[in-house]
Design a protein around this ligand. Structure first.
Ligand SMILES: [Zn+2]
Length: 439
């Protein structure tokens, strides 16, 4: 620690001295980048993850190691290498040497794959390091995401990262990553290092720059397959799969089709609770005991349903496909109507605020629409469909639009919860006979 402080002081001193000399031969920006990188390296690559800086120089604290490496490599490769060496001694040829990037790491073997644990503690330290000392919070809620990520189209090679996010922050951090051919065989060996660390942090908190920060894992944000995997429950297509209620699915086969799909039609089924989950009241719902149950989390409420797949790509996508696909629709919307809707969408392009990451595009490209575009249609739908979509279909869509709008709003989701339930209960009914008005 002491040695690093000395190094930090030296770097700052060098920065001061060299600034005057190097500006004549090199660009100031190159020099500053190098010193910033060395300084950041000194601060963040301690075993403890943090070394207290002697000043609150935000110029350095803001820069992360990836950025440093990207800046350094061109610096080291350019003609100024020799001139820099005069002042800094033996300058390495690559930024990785300077940043002390490990040449090899010890990976854990998990079944057929390998696992590397970055560390939950390390991640939180790095996130809190961006805050001034007087803004370090007393407690931190951590949201966790687990998902599969195919690496290539030609093989089954897959990453399964565990990502963390401090509630209220924007940038997630890696906790661990598994690489193998498909999903890890056992969720408990995959999550064990992370859960051990999380249990310890929930108990003792985290000491950061002299402040003890209480740490709580507040939620696991996963899509349906990853959710059932980490919770140790049956797959999302099972008859007992609903994570929120005890409805039993029925196999619904469309006339003329061989394969059916599981449908949960019971809208009034009893809800699951953390107690009924840990008591295994519905044994068919469970496959195994997950190590997630070691944490102080509610196994029902703290693993929410996935809005993107269920609402945006699920219901909104299904409705649009039903209206647009000429093979499934019963010609309730003519091609002229579709063209008019597309024209209106394209007209909106000039007026979409920058908060939306994509501009609206024609329905002829619906098969390429991303989830964010489907979500945007939830906002724009009432305008672009008005007067075009036949009234029962339009009213049916408005039920969905209003219910989701309310459920996405922090105060309204509580005050209008029962109203939303009534609206959503209408959705699975027959669209053609839907005459519910929104008042
Ligand atoms: Zn349910």
């Amino acid at each position: 620690m002491k040695e690093k402080r000395v190094q930090l002081r030296q770097v700052k001193k060098m920065r001061h001295q060299h600034h005057q000399i190097l500006t004549d031969t090199m660009k100031v920006t190159i020099h500053t980048s190098l010193i910033a990188a060395v300084t950041v390296n000194s601060i963040f690559y301690e075993d403890e993850g943090w070394l207290q800086s002697e000043s609150d120089d935000e110029e350095y604290v803001e820069i992360d190691s990836d950025y440093c490496e990207a800046l350094l490599n061109p610096v080291i490769e350019i003609d100024g290498h020799r001139e820099l060496e005069q002042f800094l001694g033996n300058l390495p040829l690559n930024a990785r040497t300077l940043l002390k990037t490990p040449r090899s790491v010890l990976l854990d073997n998990i079944a057929d794959g390998k696992y590397w644990h970055f560390g939950l503690k390390q991640g939180i330290h790095q996130q809190l390091a961006n805050l001034p000392h007087n803004s370090i919070p007393e407690s931190s809620s951590i949201l966790v995401n687990v998902d599969g990520l195919p690496l290539t189209k030609s093989s089954r090679s897959t990453f399964w990262p565990i990502l963390g996010l401090i509630y209220g922050e924007e940038k997630p951090f890696p906790i661990g990553v598994y690489h193998g051919t498909g999903k890890p065989d056992c969720v408990n060996s995959f999550l064990s290092k992370f859960i051990d660390e999380a249990v310890q942090l929930e108990k003792d908190g985290l000491d950061h720059r002299g402040v003890n920060v209480k740490v709580r894992l507040s939620g696991f944000i996963c899509d349906a397959p990853a959710r059932s995997f980490v919770a140790g429950t049956c797959g999302h297509t099972g008859k007992f799969a609903c994570p929120k209620c005890k409805a039993i699915g029925i196999n619904f086969v469309k006339p003329g089709k061989k394969k059916g799909r599981i449908v949960f039609s019971d809208m009034e089924a009893a809800l699951r609770t953390h107690q009924t989950f840990t008591d295994r009241e519905t044994p068919e719902h469970h496959k195994m005991r997950s190590v997630l149950e070691d944490l102080q989390i509610d196994m029902i409420k703290d693993i929410p349903l996935d809005y993107m797949h269920l609402v945006c790509m699920g219901v909104m996508g299904k409705l649009l496909i039903h209206w647009v696909n000429r093979q499934t629709t019963q010609h309730l919307i003519t091609p002229e109507m579709l063209e008019e809707i597309s024209d209106r969408l394209e007209l909106l392009r000039n007026w979409v605020p920058s908060e939306f990451s994509r501009l609206p595009r024609s329905l002829s490209e619906l098969c390429r629409w991303k989830a964010t575009e489907l979500r945007q249609f939830l906002f724009t739908g009432p305008i672009v469909l008005k007067g075009i979509l036949p009234s029962p279909l339009y009213n049916h869509f408005l039920c969905f639009h209003v219910a989701i709008k309310f459920l996405c709003s922090q105060p309204l989701c509580f005050t209008h919860n029962h109203y939303c339930k009534r609206l959503l209960n209408i959705l699975p009914g027959n669209q053609k006979s839907c005459t519910v008005g929104i008042s």
